[in-house]
Design a protein around this ligand. Structure first.
Ligand SMILES: *[C@@H]1O[C@H](CO)[C@@H](O)[C@H](O)[C@H]1NC(C)=O
Ligand SMILES: *[C@@H]1O[C@H](CO)[C@@H](O)[C@H](O)[C@H]1NC(C)=O
Ligand SMILES: *[C@@H]1O[C@H](CO)[C@@H](O)[C@H](O)[C@H]1NC(C)=O
Length: 404
């Protein structure tokens, strides 16, 4: 009988397949019932927008995240293949950052200094390394794999991911070789045997068996990639803001010209308040690390005494949100006003300290996870801006040319 109606059978199979796919997707993306109920949920499609739209993260934040986050201080959000708690309210952030025992940094628990800009201090910048870095940046953040990292378990199904793994391998190998050559070279000339750069700490940790080969390699990769990536982002926003805001550029140039020197020392660039304030304002409005969900609860916890989060839940923060919340920064929070940081270096330093401690300003994270490269990164940009003063007025077009 059945052969008489083959199409019915065929349709039945299709329908079964369709229903099981939907059920599977539903099961995979459902919100665990244990997740906190007193905070809103960002619909899953917002997290997946990157799959079909090239909308910027700031636009997405303004349209869908700002309102719930400014009202509730935290939301449930889909990211990296699971539901997470994302917070912007300073009180929640302080709790999260202070209680590292409960909101543990996920992944390697070892306190290995990382994320220090250029601390690798490669002697000859390796061109292939730079090429690989660019390729990796493009591949790592492919929205499909970023949102469903489980797919990366099946590289044989996704040929481009197989290529990505190969690239990662080459990058790791090259980085290790470059760094190892540097170490031997330094030993040979007996320079700085107890070096205090991140790579020296890593070398010692490896030698003393405090970390494994694999951890050593992972830390090298992460340090190199984040340091480059974040510095590039900061540079980009610097050119953007100076190019579009002539009055800031002029005020900055006036301050730098008034020093009457062309060879800045560290002390000299550190003595310029407006320069410092401009960089802080850049970091506030354009935080290079704008969102990070990299902590996981080690037991049931109540964030800020309000939000009950189950054990083993991922939590994180959004710096752009915290930095542009009018409840924290006032109604002019979206405007670029360096003066808000203070008018002399001492008061600006005080403002940075207190705003960081209160988690109003988390461009460099805060508390025990504060970025070790903070001072170096800021100094680097200070010197860059100082040198730029020798150039003619930068128009928007020129800035765009520099960026390319
Ligand atoms: C540089 O910054 C501008 C302004 O924020 C942004 O539109 C552009 O996409 C950025 N470019 C890169 C390469 O990040
Ligand atoms: C929390 O979850 C982790 C991992 O699932 C488990 O090892 C740990 O024992 C749990 N902690 C408590 C207090 O239940
Ligand atoms: C330019 O700078 C002025 C003065 O700090 C500020 O009021 C204005 O919002 C800035 N404009 C832009 C486009 O950032």
């Amino acid at each position: 009988m059945i052969e008489w109606f083959p199409e019915i059978n065929w349709m039945r199979s299709i329908l079964t397949l369709l229903i099981s796919t939907i059920l599977l997707l539903y099961w995979y993306t459902r919100i665990p019932s244990s997740m906190p109920r007193n905070i809103p949920t960002v619909p899953i499609y917002i997290s997946l927008l990157g799959l079909w739209s090239d909308m910027g993260q700031d636009t997405i934040y303004d349209r869908w995240l700002r309102q719930p986050l400014e009202t509730h201080g935290a939301v449930k959000i889909w990211f990296a293949g699971r539901w997470n708690v994302l917070a912007t309210r300073p009180r929640f952030l302080v709790d999260m950052f202070r209680h590292e025992d409960v909101y543990a940094k996920a992944g390697s628990q070892k306190k290995i200094p990382w994320s220090v800009i250029a601390a690798l201090a490669l002697e000859r910048p390796n061109q292939r390394l730079e090429e690989l870095q660019t390729i990796i940046k493009k591949t790592l953040f492919k929205p499909l794999f970023f949102n469903f990292p489980d797919l990366d378990r099946y590289p044989f199904l996704f040929r481009q991911r197989k290529a990505a793994f190969t690239i990662m391998q080459e990058f790791g190998d090259l980085l290790c070789t470059t760094v190892l050559q540097r170490t031997t070279h330094q030993k040979g000339t007996n320079q700085n045997p107890d070096g205090d750069q991140v790579v020296d700490y890593l070398d010692r940790a490896l030698k003393e068996n405090r970390i494994t080969e694999e951890q050593y390699r992972a830390n090298l990769k992460v340090t190199f990639l984040t340091a480059h990536e974040n510095a590039q982002q900061l540079l980009n926003s610097t050119f953007w803001v100076l190019g579009t805001n002539q009055s800031i550029q002029q005020k900055l140039r006036a301050e730098i010209l008034a020093t009457g020197t062309e060879n800045p020392t560290t002390d000299l660039v550190n003595s310029l308040p407006y320069l410092f304030a401009v960089i802080l304002e850049l970091l506030r409005l354009y935080p290079p690390v704008s969102q990070l969900i990299n902590r996981v609860t080690t037991s049931q916890s109540v964030l800020g005494g309000e939000i009950t989060i189950p054990n083993h839940t991922w939590v994180g923060w959004n710096a752009f949100g915290a930095h542009t919340d009018p409840n924290i920064w006032g109604n002019d929070c979206r405007e670029f006003i360096p003066e808000r940081w203070g008018s002399d270096v001492k008061s600006i330093q005080g403002a940075v300290r207190s705003k960081t401690t209160q988690c109003h300003f988390i461009a460099f994270n805060a508390h025990s996870r504060k970025c070790l490269g903070q001072g170096f990164a800021v100094l680097q940009v200070k010197i860059l801006l100082f040198e730029m003063e020798e150039w003619e007025d930068l128009s928007e077009v020129q800035c765009m040319v520099f960026l390319n």
